[in-house]
Design a binder for this molecule. Structure first.
Ligand code: PBG
Ligand code: ZN
Length: 325
């Protein structure tokens, strides 16, 4: 045999030299769940190692993370009261997430990339991602101005990136227009462009208290069977002015990550979601898998599929324990 692929696999140094992808700390995004109030940290049963915390605690946490090289955050608000049919507390006055953005920008300036989730489901009393029609359907066009107000509130507080996760049609264009009109033409849009209706969001809905009271999200999120539809939707977001595209969840949808990497020139992010995280944690706690090796393999697979950025709850622990080296 003249041709032997094994020659390049013989030593650790050779394997390192020939590795097609790596994962740098700067390519990770750490999600955070923000609580109102002060000096409070709450564990999340379904997501061991992940907590909800108030803004003062968040700033301390992000400081420790920054020292590990973890320089991007994605913020979710978890309001304790004041939910209504239109999710007004998401955008009226100075919303909780905007307060967190202000505190992070004061503490870190431009050293940390501050991204915010833009969606109404944690703020509506019915738990859907938008306002409802009298018949109880999610009203696409009535939801757009509410999301736009939310995005502008985050931008005004200093968010570098706003990330709409609602899956309404036309929301990227509506947000871009509203941001530009309000003087925030420099605020970037990361679209949850290919977001699938997924059982992998289960633990998150406990974390953010955002489960729909009735029905599900299949009327707006993409069908798990449809890669073509998801790519079509993502390319519409690009045409409407998205700066980056996201695929979510990650592991069961790496074909979509690869497809978007081919079809678009924008940075592609993938979201290693709550259910993916909790399954690894549960299997590791039961002694069924080697957590370090599994996390490394999963995160590198996302890079191999074509993701530039990986949003993951594993980020901090993976860096602390050197799992990615
Ligand atoms: C809200 C939102 C969800 C997630 C991010 N933003 C949940 C959902 O759509 O039900 C999921 C994140 C995760 O599971 O880690 N629109
Ligand atoms: Zn939502």
């Amino acid at each position: 045999m003249r041709i032997r692929p094994r020659r390049l696999r013989r030593t650790p140094a050779l394997r390192e030299a020939c590795a097609e992808v790596r994962l740098a700390p700067e390519q990770l995004v750490q999600p955070h769940f923000v609580l109102p109030g002060q000096r409070t940290t709450q564990p999340i049963q379904a997501m061991p190692g992940v907590e909800r915390q108030t803004v003062d605690r968040l700033v301390e946490q992000v400081k420790r993370d920054r020292d590990l090289g973890l320089t991007s955050v994605l913020l979710f608000g978890v309001p304790d009261a004041g939910k209504d049919p239109r999710g007004r507390s998401a955008f009226e006055g100075t919303p909780l997430v905007a307060q967190a953005v202000t505190a992070l920008r004061e503490a870190f300036g431009d050293e940390v990339v501050v991204m915010t989730d833009v969606c109404l489901c944690a703020y509506t009393d019915h738990g859907h991602c938008g306002a409802l029609t009298p018949a109880g359907e999610v009203d696409n066009d009535a939801t757009l101005p509410l999301l736009a107000e939310m995005a502008v509130a985050h931008a005004r507080a200093g968010a570098h990136v706003v990330a709409p996760s609602d899956m309404m049609d036309g929301r990227v264009g509506a947000l871009r227009d509203a941001l530009d009109a309000a003087g925030f033409s420099g605020t970037a849009l990361l679209s949850y462009a290919a977001k699938f209706a997924s059982a992998y969001y289960g633990p998150f809905r406990e974390a953010a208290h955002s489960a729909p009271g009735q029905g599900d999200r299949r009327g707006y999120q993409a069908d798990a069977r449809n890669a073509r539809d998801a790519v079509r939707d993502a390319l519409l977001d690009e045409a409407e002015g998205a700066d980056m595209l996201m695929v979510k969840p990650a592991l069961a949808y790496l074909d979509v990550v690869a497809a978007l990497r081919r079809e678009s020139r924008l940075p592609v992010a993938c979201y290693n979601v709550s259910g993916e995280y909790s399954m690894v944690k549960a299997a590791a706690a039961a002694g069924l898998v080697d957590e370090a090796a599994i996390v490394r393999e999963n995160l590198l697979a996302m890079r191999r599929a074509g993701a530039d950025l990986v949003i993951t709850y594993h980020g901090r622990e993976a860096l602390q324990k050197g799992w990615l080296r």
